[in-house]
Design a protein around this ligand. Structure first.
Ligand code: 2HA
Ligand code: ZN
Length: 277
């Protein structure tokens, strides 16, 4: 059996959380990541018959929720209350590898949460989002949540209308419309950590890989940690430019006709109704 601390998925989780912390997106215990692992890759590092603890979903959150469609699936997940700042120096305490138990009501811990911890408080939103994304993209493996500074700042000064918000982001950097052509979904302020926000997020995830939680943060989904990180990074860059210019007279802009040229050149399917042509 190979050393789990050398597993690419553990290394990548360490590198990604460190980057996110460095960028100021994950203060204190802010943010969480879940990453779907293939059984074969887990088996190279862990005896999957050896369950360290069985954790009821009810214990993760106050309410029960059903994740039967994810039965038998493996995830590496950041721990509740844990700081992204600390993942790299102690992955075994701050991360866990879990399997969704038969019946979809419990999770089986195979590695990590060494101090008796559990998965993120946003586990419902993560698992529901995985289910929603897998329906539209069977290759989706990552769900990522964080509190990027400028994206949040923009929530306070920009209308929270999906078309208008997306359009503004697309206008801020030439490549935005190519990186997230489907746009950005938006939820109003809601209580976090609950099944309701999980259900609402998952509903948006049917159409978007990016969902803004108003005045809280953002959710991203993708095939890899890099892709998902890159999506959030691009939104955050656009939001940063918006926050730098929003109080100044606009002299130039990227026109809708220009964005159309981009999507045609790159051959991407985009939200036509989010442009005014
Ligand atoms: O886990 O970011 O939304 C801390 C959070 C909750
Ligand atoms: Zn949060």
């Amino acid at each position: 059996m190979k050393d789990i601390l050398t597993a690419p998925f553990v290394r990548e989780m360490c590198e990604t959380t460190a980057n996110m912390y460095r960028l100021g997106w994950d203060e204190r215990n802010g943010g969480n990541i879940s990453y779907l692992l293939h059984e074969d890759e887990v088996k190279e590092y862990l005896d999957t018959d050896k369950v360290l603890r069985t954790i009821p979903l009810m214990g993760v959150n106050a309410e029960d929720f059903d994740i039967t469609p994810l039965e038998g699936k493996y995830f590496i997940v950041t721990g509740t209350g844990k700081y992204f700042k600390n993942v790299e120096k102690d992955p075994e305490t701050n991360l866990g590898i879990v399997r969704i138990a038969k019946g979809g009501k419990n999770i089986e811990l195979l590695w990590g949460y060494k101090d008796g911890g559990r998965p993120t408080s946003e586990f419902p939103a993560h698992m529901m989002s995985h289910m929603a994304r897998l329906k539209v993209d069977p290759e989706n493996r990552v769900v990522m949540h964080c509190h990027p500074t400028n994206t949040l700042a923009m929530n306070f000064v920009h209308e929270l209308d999906e078309k208008k918000f997306t359009h503004t982001l697309w206008e801020m950097c030439t490549e935005c419309i190519v990186v997230f052509p489907e746009g950005v979904g938006i939820l109003p302020w809601m209580l976090c950590g609950t099944n309701s926000i999980g259900e609402a997020t998952a509903k948006k995830m049917a159409d978007f890989r990016l969902v803004v939680w108003a005045m809280h943060g953002i959710y991203g989904a993708g095939k890899t940690l890099d892709e998902t990180f890159g999506l959030i990074e691009t939104v955050e860059k656009a939001a940063q430019i918006y926050m730098l210019i929003c109080n100044r007279p606009r002299v130039n802009t990227i026109k809708d006709e220009d964005m159309l040229k981009l999507v045609e050149l790159f051959g991407v399917k985009y939200r036509k109704d989010f442009l005014d042509l």
